[in-house]
Design a protein around this ligand. Structure first.
Ligand SMILES: *[C@@H]1O[C@H](CO)[C@@H](O)[C@H](O)[C@H]1NC(C)=O
Ligand SMILES: *[C@@H]1O[C@H](CO)[C@@H](O)[C@H](O)[C@H]1NC(C)=O
Ligand SMILES: *[C@@H]1O[C@H](CO)[C@@H](O)[C@H](O)[C@H]1NC(C)=O
Ligand SMILES: *[C@@H]1O[C@H](CO)[C@@H](O)[C@H](O)[C@H]1NC(C)=O
Ligand SMILES: *[C@@H]1O[C@H](CO)[C@@H](O)[C@H](O)[C@H]1NC(C)=O
Ligand SMILES: [Ca+2]
Length: 479
């Protein structure tokens, strides 16, 4: 597929360099874990209720597994996010917020997920610039309702999508920096291209999954599909990742486990399925439509709050090689009266296994889980700049760190002063705040941070954010 003539549109989205990074861990005996990491994929998927998506292969995978509707990246940038989930450490621990540093040299020689599982084969495939216009007529797309910057904004929240501006075609539009919207027609082309690339990746994933049937290993293979972060498609007038908004942080997480989430002896294999295109449903792509429902259209959905940092401990748990939670450095130093950090060599994680959520939901039970999840994004200054690149600042350029906490109902973000020479946040200097009430505002359009009625909840969330991820853990992980 994918070789149809492309005469109708000659816009190619090279920025959307989607690739699949798949790893088969053959752990012991007949147990395999196939991990599929799709670059830059937000949950624009049929199984997540997006009516514009054409993703029959991923949808079929989701039918055999559990789909997490509230899963978030630690930082909306490739390298920090990947390093975080592969080491099970958060960006503040790795002190890695950019593309340029390497944690093994500076912070600690941590074991990674593939190391831990002693992988036998690791293959990386890259694809991009691909179009499926036949499934995605331009008429079906429109720019999002909130294709604009909010009133009274702090510019710190925004990215000027510098990499998109580098393209020749976008350069020709001669947009004012940092804030001028891409013309609607072009914006629609970008959105169309994104969905087309997603469909292409879906095809590849279909081919990959069929191989499980060809090699007759479906019965022993757990499949984990994630993305490294989300993506803005015009929301808040933004493109790309580079922010603390929900659209940039929310990711798909789909896990299928033979004998647990599906019966491999009864359910037909990937090889024998014929796909039909999804019907338009009345479910809007906004997240609200799936909230609090764990079964919809044959999908088992969990709205437990999880983070990519949980992936390593979850796979470790699944393969009977569990890893413990990292010891709090403060406790460690107190206990051993030492300046050394506990983390530099320990095999441990700053996330937790969410396998209990999966087991529970297969018995139609919902267990209490994380109270909140945490992400962050750095900036060199309040106002977007080309130099330093405010989308991807180097560590030495960072002067502001935006921390964000997501609870079931709210997202609260604080942009605080940051000293890069000591890699430390100064919580006493908060430069800007944002508060969004997800119950009524899933698009994050209304910043409630100065509304008096919300000041109590805002203060509570600010404290929760400062107290950090340990305090938000499920009871069973607290000591
Ligand atoms: C990390 O540790 C491994 C062995 O555990 C070693 O081979 C490697 O050289 C170390 N890397 C660094 C940068 O210290
Ligand atoms: C923006 O600020 C102006 C005054 O600075 C105020 O009148 C207006 O209500 C504010 N709008 C929002 C959405 O907060
Ligand atoms: C949120 O609103 C407050 C108050 O109007 C303002 O100071 C802040 O800059 C706003 N933040 C964003 C990201 O718009
Ligand atoms: C799938 O489609 C092919 C070709 O149209 C057909 O021959 C086959 O019987 C179909 N298989 C199933 C399981 O419906
Ligand atoms: C950062 O911290 C160092 C060490 O405490 C201090 O000397 C320096 O002035 C700080 N820089 C800023 C910009 O506050
Ligand atoms: Ca990425």
């Amino acid at each position: 597929m994918g070789d149809r003539p492309r005469n109708s549109v000659h816009f190619r989205l090279s920025n959307l360099f989607i690739f699949i990074n798949f790893t088969i861990f053959r752990v012991f005996g007949k147990q395999n874990v196939l991990m599929i990491v799709v670059d830059d994929l937000r949950p624009s998927l049929g199984c997540y209720g997006d009516p514009n998506a054409v993703t029959p292969n991923i949808d079929l995978l989701a039918k055999r597994g559990v789909l997490f509707t509230r899963a978030f990246a630690q930082q909306a940038l490739c390298a920090p996010s990947r390093n975080s989930f592969l080491t099970g450490r958060r960006p503040d621990t790795l002190k890695l917020y950019d593309f340029y540093s390497y944690w093994r040299d500076t912070i600690g020689n941590f074991s990674t997920l593939p190391q831990h599982l002693k992988s036998h084969g690791y293959t990386t495939m890259s694809i991009g610039k691909v179009f499926h216009p036949e499934h995605h007529p331009l008429e079906k797309f429109d720019v999002p309702d909130n294709y604009k910057w909010s009133e009274n904004v702090s510019y710190a929240a925004y990215n000027p999508w510098l990499d998109l501006r580098k393209r020749d075609d976008v350069k020709k539009l001669d947009l004012k920096f940092p804030f001028q919207k891409i013309p609607r027609y072009y914006a629609k082309l970008i959105i169309q291209s994104y969905y087309a690339a997603v469909t292409y990746v879906d095809d590849l994933i279909g081919l990959l999954l069929k191989q499980l049937a060809v090699y007759n290993i479906e019965r022993f293979t757990t499949v984990v599909l994630i993305s490294d972060h989300g993506w803005s498609l015009g929301e808040h007038g933004e493109w790309a990742k580079y922010s603390n908004f929900e659209v940039a942080l929310r990711v798909p997480v789909i896990i299928t486990i033979p004998q647990v989430t599906f019966d491999p002896w009864i359910e037909s294999s990937y090889a024998t399925k014929n796909f039909t295109l999804p019907q338009n449903s009345d479910c809007s792509p906004k997240m609200g439509c799936i909230e609090n429902r764990y079964r919809k259209k044959g999908y088992v959905m969990s709205d437990a709050m999880i983070e990519l940092v949980d992936i390593f401990p979850t796979i470790a748990d699944l393969t009977n090689l569990p890893i413990p939670l990292c010891i709090d450095d403060k406790d460690y130093r107190h206990k051993y009266k030492s300046n050394s950090t506990s983390m530099s060599s320990n095999l441990c994680s700053e996330g937790v296994s969410f396998l209990p959520v999966i087991y529970a939901i297969m018995y139609e039970k919902i267990i209490p889980w994380k109270k909140a999840v945490f992400s962050q994004y750095p900036r060199p200054g309040v106002v977007p700049t080309r130099n330093p690149n405010s989308d991807e600042p180097r560590l030495s350029e960072i002067t502001i760190m935006g921390y964000t906490i997501r609870t079931k109902e709210y997202r609260y973000t604080a942009w605080a002063s940051f000293n890069s020479s000591i890699v430390k946040t100064d919580w006493s200097t908060i430069i800007a705040e944002e508060l969004y009430y997800h119950k009524f505002d899933v698009e994050e359009n209304l910043n409630l941070s100065t509304i008096p009625e919300f000041s109590r909840i805002k203060n509570k969330l600010r404290n929760q954010l400062k107290n950090g991820w340990r305090k938000a853990l499920p009871q069973r992980y607290k000591n």
